[in-house]
Design a protein around this ligand. Structure first.
Ligand code: ZN
Ligand code: ZN
Length: 387
């Protein structure tokens, strides 16, 4: 993508998360106390109707339906979008403004070299314009941080992480599709376009969570309240391992001289804790020695291990908040919480605003999961390229 038109507002998005490189031009103007204030006018989303229809029904792409409501998405929760870095493919000329960081990445200082108003980025000293997706890519500082975090963690698929991040910018220059970037189908109404034909982000209400700060705030009170309720019935379990009765009958005749049967329950638990979830399910199905853990008999330590395996993007955040809840006397049920977290952090496929998509805490969770998944996918590509 070369900069043929320097008058566009911005012509590029973060290569990791796909969101815009500025927090400006995203919010509805009318929701501000003083919509005519110059500062507000300068960066809020103009909300005029461009339908020209007589029946007062807005077209699906009417600008008055776009722009995020600042009462639902406060300005401070989208400021992070402006903190972008340029990820260079090579050290530019004398290289001075770019630094080679601890991760072997050639990065510019935050906010240098990019001009979100002009849609250009350039070498600071001589104003030479750099070519996007050739000389480098733009990434949010937050997204780069998450990428480094993911890189440092062991890969749950046991394929390993790439040995270094040296060719990351080159891989990122190849770009990713909107579907790969995990937006769900929220932009389908706009023919899959996140940006309009002059490169302006489409701030349709259903996409609000995709620009939410992935570092929170994570207000999970509503989740904890739900996860503290007793289950409707004894047999209800969010993560139950119940077996067909015929299977139990046939497997119960297996010889009992299994090495596993000689181990104490604590060791059984330790085995479950270190296995990925599909292996846990297989083991519980295959081995009669693990049957006593079915139907809600799994301890907290097991659920904590599941959080780190299945939801690493939020495990630390959630466990910290669970601790606070427990200190305050709230009995949070991990199995319920686990199920609720899975549900609420999934991308919105409905294309409409749901309760979860207007809750700041859930929005942050969803976007963090989305960016984390993108980072896993990007790192996998880097790993494959290093073979
Ligand atoms: Zn990003
Ligand atoms: Zn309209």
């Amino acid at each position: 993508m070369a900069f043929s038109n320097p008058t566009v507002v911005y012509d590029y998005t973060c290569t990791i998360c796909g969101a815009p490189p500025t927090y400006r031009y995203l919010l509805k103007r009318f929701a501000f106390d003083d919509p005519d204030d110059n500062e507000v006018r300068a960066w809020t989303y103009s909300d005029y109707c461009n339908c020209f229809s007589r029946n007062r029904k807005h077209r699906y792409d009417c600008r008055s339906l776009q722009g995020y409501d600042p009462q639902l998405l406060p300005k401070e929760d989208i400021r992070w979008l402006g903190d972008v870095r340029l990820l260079g493919t090579e050290m530019v000329q004398d290289g001075e403004p770019f630094v080679d960081d601890d991760y072997s990445l050639i990065v510019s200082p935050i906010g240098d070299h990019v001009d979100p108003d002009m849609g250009t980025f350039h070498y600071q000293l001589n104003a030479e314009i750099l070519q996007l997706h050739k000389d480098g890519v733009v990434a949010h500082d937050r997204c780069l941080d998450i990428l480094k975090l993911v890189w440092k963690l062991p890969d749950k698929h046991h394929q390993g992480r790439p040995t270094d991040l040296g060719n990351l910018p080159l891989i990122l220059c190849q770009g990713f599709s909107a579907t790969e970037l995990g937006f769900g189908n929220i932009f389908d109404k706009f023919d899959g376009e996140r940006c309009d034909d002059v490169g302006i982000w489409n701030p349709v209400s259903a996409s609000m969570w995709t620009v939410m700060d992935p570092n929170g705030p994570f207000d999970l009170q509503a989740l904890f309240a739900q996860a503290s309720l007793p289950p409707a019935t004894d047999t209800e379990s969010s993560f139950s391992f119940s077996f067909p009765t015929n299977l139990e009958r046939t497997t119960s005749t297996q010889p009992s001289a299994s090495i596993l049967s000689l181990l104490p329950m604590e060791i059984h638990l330790q085995i479950l804790d270190i296995l990925p979830t599909p292996s846990v399910l297989n083991l519980l199905l295959a081995s009669p020695n693990f049957r006593h853990f079915t139907n809600g008999k799994l301890p907290d330590s097991f659920w904590k291990s599941r959080l780190y395996f299945d939801m690493p993007w939020c495990a630390d955040i959630v466990l910290e908040q669970v601790k606070q809840q427990r200190d305050a006397g709230v009995a949070v049920r991990y199995d319920q919480l686990f199920r609720l977290l899975k549900e609420t952090s999934m991308p919105d496929e409905s294309g409409t605003e749901s309760e979860a998509s207007s809750n700041i805490g859930f929005m942050a969770l969803k976007n963090r999961r989305r960016i984390w998944r993108n980072c896993e996918m990007i790192l996998e590509r880097v790993r494959v390229s290093q073979r």
